[in-house]
Write a protein that binds this ligand. Structure first.
Ligand SMILES: Cc1cc2nc3c(=O)[nH]c(=O)nc-3n(C[C@H](O)[C@H](O)[C@H](O)COP(=O)(O)O)c2cc1C
Length: 180
């Protein structure tokens, strides 16, 4: 099975989650982990696409929220470091808009602050909706991995991401797509 894990990340937390998911997926799979700026807009040849990003303003990032994120770096008391190129974009929203329709299995995840979802929103929900609209077969409910108010992953979240990757392999293997 060929898998692409495509992530957007401002401060590195979503990248770490993407890498942990890929580690969970690896048994018997050929996994490529790509920042969204490096992701191709033609996805033929992959059997599973896993897409994740940070929750900004209750959903996927916008250019304005990415600018807001860059302003958090370097503030007194902040140890946040910007991921290379994160200030330039594109974000997932722009990448998804550039994708052609493709018949591939898919799953969505996000990172978000630990608080009831009513207050935080979750980017994975709109990522999943975009993927379905493009004709991909979404094989798992959207999943969130939690950060604290400073955007650092909470303890145990990378283990949970790895376990989600393992679970996705099993689900994706058995799930039919429109092609089947
Ligand atoms: C401009 C901005 C808006 C944010 N809005 C939300 C939000 O609505 N809900 C939430 O749970 N987290 C919000 N966050 C926190 C992000 O989800 C958090 O920074 C992200 O998960 C960290 O992942 P990253 O290091 O991969 O960027 C926001 C962060 C920024 C910078």
């Amino acid at each position: 099975m060929r898998v692409a894990v495509v992530y957007e990340s401002m401060f590195g937390s979503t990248r770490l989650v993407a890498e942990a998911i890929a580690k969970g997926l690896t048994a018997g799979t050929d996994v490529r982990v790509m920042g969204v700026a490096d992701a191709p807009d033609v996805l033929d040849g992959f059997d599973l696409l896993v897409v994740g990003g940070p929750t900004h303003a209750w959903g996927m990032s916008w250019p304005s929220t990415r600018r807001g994120a860059t302003l958090r770096v370097g503030k007194p008391g902040s140890d946040l470091v910007l991921e290379p190129g994160a200030d330039v974009g594109p974000g997932l929203r722009e990448w998804l808009a550039s994708l052609g329709g493709v018949d591939v299995r898919a799953a969505a995840f996000d990172t978000r602050i630990k608080s009831p979802v009513l207050f935080t929103g979750r980017a994975s929900r709109s990522i999943g909706r975009h993927l379905a609209r493009l004709g991909l077969t979404v094989v798992a409910p959207p999943e969130s991995f939690l950060v604290d108010k400073e955007s650092h992953l909470l303890p145990g979240e990378l283990d949970r991401a790895l376990a989600w990757g393992v679970q996705l392999s099993a689900v994706a293997e058995g799930a039919p797509t429109g092609r089947d």
